[in-house]
Write a protein that binds this ligand. Sequence first.
Ligand code: BYC
Length: 477
Amino acid sequence: MTTSADYSEKIPNNVSLHEDRRLQRALESWQPNFLDWWQTMGPALPTQDVYLRTAVNVGREGWAQFGHVAMPEYRWGIFLAERDPGRRVGFGEHKGEPVWDKVPGEYRADLLRLIVVQGDTEPASVEQQRNLGATAPSLYDLRNLFQVNVEEGRHLWAMVYLLHAYFGREGREEAEELLHRNSGSADAPRILGAFNEETPDWLSFFMFTYFTDRDGKYQLGTLKESAFDPLSRTCEFMLKEEAHHMMVGTTGVDRVVERTAQLMAEHETDEVAALGAISLPVIQKYLNFHYSVSLDLFGGETSTNVANYYTAGLKGRWSEDRRQDDHQLTDDSMMVDALVDGADGGQSIGELEVPALTGLNTDLRRQYINDCRGGVNRWNKILADAGLPQRLSLPHIAFNRKVGAFAGIEASPEGEQLTAEAWRRRQGEWLPTDVDKTHVRSLMRPVHERGKIAAWIAPPRNGINGRPFDYDYVHLA
Ligand code: BYC
């Protein structure tokens, strides 16, 4: 057996990598850099092995295997969903034409940009979560953190494969850059705002996996519609893994709320901080923060970029095939959230009618917001079931925005426009203050013993892959 044949087994793939020696060599030279990055920027807590799911195929049955794996030896593979030979472009000016197996010259720059932005978020989130292992509330949670991390690593591989396979030298250079930019770096930050924020504690982690990973779900859902078939097929498979990340966020926040509600009901008090838990107002502030920075990830309420992506067939809408329209939208309009001019010469928060194509970021953001409501309803049901009158809520769309129509104004969670002075004075009521963050961090003491859990969070209802909660999910080094 030659070295390259061995190597093709080292990168599990369903793209016949062994048939393209040049591509194989290119990925071969990127792999050690990825592993260096994983060692220096990936999970910091030393472990022997972790009970992980590894993608091994894309079929309906048995696409993943579970087992204890030493993390640096995780098999980051390249998997594209199965090809549909009859697939046609579903929207835009090429609607009805066969999808593309190569990158059309005129769309090269835009496709490269979209793939680089998507790729940039994956290692960014691993960097953000690097130190969380040291304070995990249980081995079950620790395992889930690492599962999310290795899969974000695989999603980076997915984008790097596209860059190497379809964008020549420029793609290879961009793949290198994906390992050089770092979350929060002053010199070379990650591209999108939310990915330069800290994830310093587990409440942030659960909020991040609920709200920010959910942006991932929606963006991948639009790229899955792409006329560039390899991108579409990659995203389709990534979405499969993303479901676990959603579960981690949803049930993570569930369990924090459950524990808080339990203590509130038991002790008939709202002041659960003294009881070693996180109070509802602080949970609400974390929710406000993560939701609002995630809303920014959808770009401006109106955008010519998104209109061009759609018309060209690069990026579709969520559930494109279920939309009852012409899938071209050239004659349509829609209402978007906007600052509107008032009779008094001032501007207020309202809506404006714009061409439907330029409003597509708003369309996607609204799909996302509806989905986010599902989480809030769940958490409120936990509060109601505990007999408590308090409720959590999503803040107004204009609250704490740094991108888009409301970037230049300040608004309360209820959507009341505020002066800069009022915002400065009151923002601590709505966003985590240093005191809140310090308290949450003070609770983050590691529980690395089998079957044990920290006092600020309820245990999960189910373990992973049919294993019990007290399974030895992680062996620490
Ligand atoms: N921060 O025309 P505009 C995930 C830039 S998450 C900084 O309004 P457009 C994951 C924008 O790039 C999913 N800059 O917006 C989750 C543009 O710059 P250029 C990631 C921002 O282009 C958790 C300018 O502002 N995937 O997978 O229509 C863990 C004007 O922008 C931001 C994608 O995002 C921001 N928040 O839409 C792990 C999909 N927003 O080009 C993973 C690919 C906008 O003028 N990306 N800007 O220099 C896209 O589809 C689009 O680039 C965006 C922006 C939706 C991000």
